[in-house]
Design a protein around this ligand. Structure first.
Ligand code: IPM
Ligand code: MN
Length: 353
């Protein structure tokens, strides 16, 4: 029996998570997978009414679960940064979810803004380091609020943190067995300390333990260009926290938009947290316009982690059918159906598989 913690969060988060859970139930019943869920009301509304971002023991509470399903964090009435740092980043760090795994896959029937590119061209995975870099929050001000103000924000890269991320990416590349190519995305020409560490570790580890995996390197700016011009070149990309954040928004757009992009904050030795990467989209809250597909794919990633490959496979096939034959678009408000109809349609497709 797996135990899943559910954090709907802010804006449209709870709506899309509800559809993810609807599909989870359907596929679990079908294959005989048993689980229980517990909901947590953490997010902007709770913060506004209680003044507390998270209970003090939040991470310890979550450690007792097998996985976490998260909707979205971010509230229009709360100053940017408070909830993001206080909830999302806090949990990623406290639970040491050192990998942010973001597949970029264009499914049949989904529109991409890239002219002349199709599903066979857009199928790669970004492994984003998730606990270090510019996200650690070290730095500070001098002479704040004066004309001489100085603000420093540091990128922290540890050999241990870089190495475990690289090893995960090498393993994944081997497991995918697509082009057996791992691309390090960095900025060795300017950020000569951090990316020197990354680059040395990349080649040392690759040479010693993954001679079967081809190693490539691309600067982050060139990576952006190639993701648009030649996405078919990529198999697995590994990068740091900040660059990973940026290139995965680009990745989401070329795979059909935020409505379909899912991700996993992974601690391979601990508790992982799955989330649609699109954010809380507050203007769509309660309108039934938001696309829950990304949340449904997040559930699929979670099932894979549980070793429930059959259930994950059925769910993916059902989603593919709905995406390619039933939905008009992946964009909010243009799907040709409501948020909950998307979930119902996937459930219907699961029943027929
Ligand atoms: C993401 C988001 C977060 C990030 C924000 C909300 C803190 O953009 O998951 O990509 O920067 O990691
Ligand atoms: Mn982001």
């Amino acid at each position: 029996m797996k135990r899943i913690a559910v954090i709907g969060g802010d804006g449209t988060g709870p709506e899309v998570v509800a559809e993810g859970l609807k599909c989870l139930k359907a596929v679990a019943d079908k294959v005989g997978f048993t689980y229980e869920t517990e909901e947590f009301d953490w997010g902007g509304n709770r913060y506004l009414s209680t003044g507390e971002v998270l209970p003090e023991d939040a991470a310890d509470t979550l450690r007792k679960f097998d996985a976490i399903l998260l909707g979205a964090i971010g509230h229009p009435d709360v100053k940017p940064g408070i909830l993001e740092k206080g909830i999302l980043l806090h949990l990623r760090f406290a639970l040491d979810q050192y990998i942010n795994l973001r597949p970029v896959k264009l499914y049949e029937g989904v529109e991409t803004p890239l002219a002349g590119k199709g599903p066979k061209d857009i199928d790669f995975v970004v492994v984003r380091e998730n606990t270090e870099g510019l996200y650690v929050g070290t730095g500070g001000y001098m002479k704040k609020g004066t004309p001489d103000e100085v603000a420093v924000q540091e990128s922290v890269n540890t050999r241990k943190g870089v190495e475990r991320c690289l090893r995960f990416a090498f393993e994944l590349t081997r497991k995918r067995n697509k082009n057996n190519t791992l691309t390090l995305c960095g900025k060795t020409n300017v950020l000569t300390f951090a990316w020197d560490l990354w680059e040395r570790a990349f080649h040392e580890i690759g040479k010693a333990d993954y001679p079967d995996i081809k190693r490539e390197y691309a600067h982050v700016d060139a990576t952006c260009m190639w993701m648009v011009k030649n996405p078919e070149w990529f198999d697995v990309i590994v990068t740091d926290n900040m660059f990973g954040d940026i290139i995965t928004d680009l990745g989401a757009v070329i795979q059909g938009g935020m409505g379909i992009a899912a991700g996993g904050n992974l601690n391979p030795e601990g508790v992982s947290m799955y989330e649609p990467i699109g954010g809380s989209a507050p203007k769509y809250t309660g309108t039934g316009k938001i696309n829950p597909m990304a949340a449904i794919f997040s559930v699929q990633m979670m099932l894979n982690q549980f070793g429930e490959e059959k259930a994950a496979n059925i769910l993916e096939r059902a989603c593919i059918e709905v995406i390619s034959t039933k939905m008009k678009s992946m964009a909010a408000g243009k799907m040709g159906m409501t948020t909950s109809q998307v979930g119902d349609t996937v459930v219907g497709a699961i029943a027929k598989l």
